[in-house]
Every structure is written in C-alpha cells, then in structure tokens.
Design a protein around this ligand. Sequence first.
Ligand code: UT7
Length: 318
Amino acid sequence: MTYSKILGTGSYLPEKILTNADLEKIVDTTDEWIVQRTGIKQRHIAAPEENAAILADYAARQALDAAGLKPSDIDMIIVATTTPHMVFPSTACLLQERFNISGCPAFDLNATACAGFMYGFSIADQYIRTGSIKHALVIGSEIMSRVVDWTDRSTCVLFGDGAGAVVLGPSNEPGVISTHIHADGKYKDVLYLPLGTNTSPNVETVKMAGNQLFKLAVNILDNLFDETLAASGTEKSAVDWLIPHQANIRIIQAMAKKLDLPLDRVAITLEDQANTSSASIPLALDKAIRDGRIKPGQLLMMEGFGGGLAWGSALVRY
Ligand code: UT7
C-alpha cells in the first residue's frame, strides 16, 4: 500500500512588518488589546509588486529544495488562497508558468478560506495514495492586507501576508495517517469576503462575527480532534505536536489543552505573523521543522478552520 508523506517544507514572509504600535496610528486600538485578545504583536505586509503567485513561488522553491526535488518532478500543484492574483488563470497556473513546467494539473482552492491548506493537503494525499501521482506541491499563499478594511479595528488588526508550502510524495509507511475535511454553509454569515459577481455595495472586505466564530471554532475543533484520533485509534498522548491554524492564541491554548499538550509542543507563529489564512499552517509547520523542534518520526496534529465555515485536519507522522 502506498501512503503519502511530507518530503519538504518552505516559507515566505514579505519584508515589510506592521507592528501593533503602527496600527495604533491607523485605527482606535492598543497594543495591549491586540496582544491580550489575540496574541498578535506584528504582521508582514506584501509589497505592491508582490502577488499570491510570487509569494507561493518563494515558499515552493524552498520546499522543493528541502525535498531534493526539481519543479519538473511535481505532478500536481494546489494553491490554497482567498486572495488570488486574479480569478483566472489560477494562482497555481501562474506558479506553473513561473516554474516553466507544463501539463500537470494546477488549481486553486479558494472557497475554503483558512481551511484551504487542509483541503489541499487532503486532496494531494488521496491522489498519492491511489498511485495517480507521485509528488504534489500544496501551498497556502495569502495577501490578506489587500482585502481587510483598514478602518475596521475589529478585523484589520488580525491578519497578515505570507506563503507556506509542503511537498508530499509517496511512502511505504504512513506518513499521512488520515485527513478529515468538512464544511457547514449555514454559518456563511459568520465570516465572509463577498468579492465576486454579487451586486451589493461596500462588501469588498472581510466581515467577521468574531465572538460567534470564536465559540464555533473551539467546538468544531474539539470534535475534529476526537474524529481524527479515532480514525486510527490513536491516543491523544501519542501526539507530539499541534500545528494549528493561527487565528487567536486563546483558541490555540484551548486546543492544546484538549490534547493535553504544553504550549511548547504547539507550533505558534501568530505573535510575529498574525492570521495568514490558508498560509498559516504550512508557515507554522515549516518554522518548527527548520528550527529543529519537530523531528523525524514525531506525530503531528494539523488543523484549520475558516469561512464557509470549512474545517479540516490531518494526523501525520513526520
Ligand atoms: O481565521 C478564521 C478564523 N478566525 C477566528 O476564528 C477569529 C475568532 N474570533 C476571535 O479571535 C475574537 O473574537 C476576536 C479577536 C476577533 C475579538 O475578540 P473578542 O474577545 O471576541 O472581542 P469582541 O469582538 O467581543 O469585542 C470586545 C470589545 C468590543 O468593545 P465593546 O463593545 O465591549 O465596547 C469591541 O468593539 O473590544 C472592542 N474591539 C477592539 N478594541 C480595541 C474590537 N476590536 C478592537 C481592537 N482594539 N482592535
């Protein structure tokens, strides 16, 4: 039986940093409020000439290097993004052109918001398991700074820009033990970005019912962890690392508690990077792998949730 496994990871964060002190000059907020309520201290902001494909390119090249592969080894490109450079061609196709490779499937997942990376990870895993492909690039790339309302303090302080990438490839042993993806459209109004062909005025920025979303996220993730562990009969005590979506430190703390993990066993980038939507999970994973905290053979619980609502997880032996 073929499984998939993580062969390499990579990251890219734009150079410009916007601190909470900088935000105090833009909206009626304080560093103290942002840190206490969210855990965020700063975020990266893409330069005007950067777009989601350029961010994805940097992260993907690092991941390919780490995997010891060339762009021509890739059989599928999936880019999770809610902030594509354009509606079409997909950001994945723009990346494919930058890599100068032709023919392999390349597509964006843009309807799953912050859960997009887990959706892409799950799809790539399925294709590799069935033997249809060997190597997949799964990338989360976001320029959230271009879709937030910079006059709305309840959302603009939360988000940042960046890209994270993972190369998945075949393995005789798991690797990816199981993936789980879900959605529930009845919560469509809790978090949305109504860019598209709708004709309503003043709707081009992220809208969020933060408090309601917070409670939903904690409940949903609680159940998701139970489902993910049960699928392989894994005890939570076997999990070495939590790699969470980075929305709020208080949600992350609640999830660590659910797994009985101390916070130093949680990959946290929120403080420096804020919420980078679908890029947050691969960014956190890459950081903890590169600085040597995550070691080969360790068991990782990855989770993401976001607009839709959509959510997903994976249990992975690194
Ligand atoms: O990635 C997708 C998933 N995203 C999430 O899961 C986000 C989940 N939600 C959250 O992380 C939190 O709900 C927030 C961080 C968004 C908000 O924290 P909260 O503790 O739920 O605050 P709140 O929305 O209940 O607002 C409390 C107060 C309000 O003032 P009043 O009505 O009590 O006078 C807000 O107006 O805080 C005020 N407020 C702010 N004050 C200073 C809201 N934003 C700010 C701000 N600075 N930036």
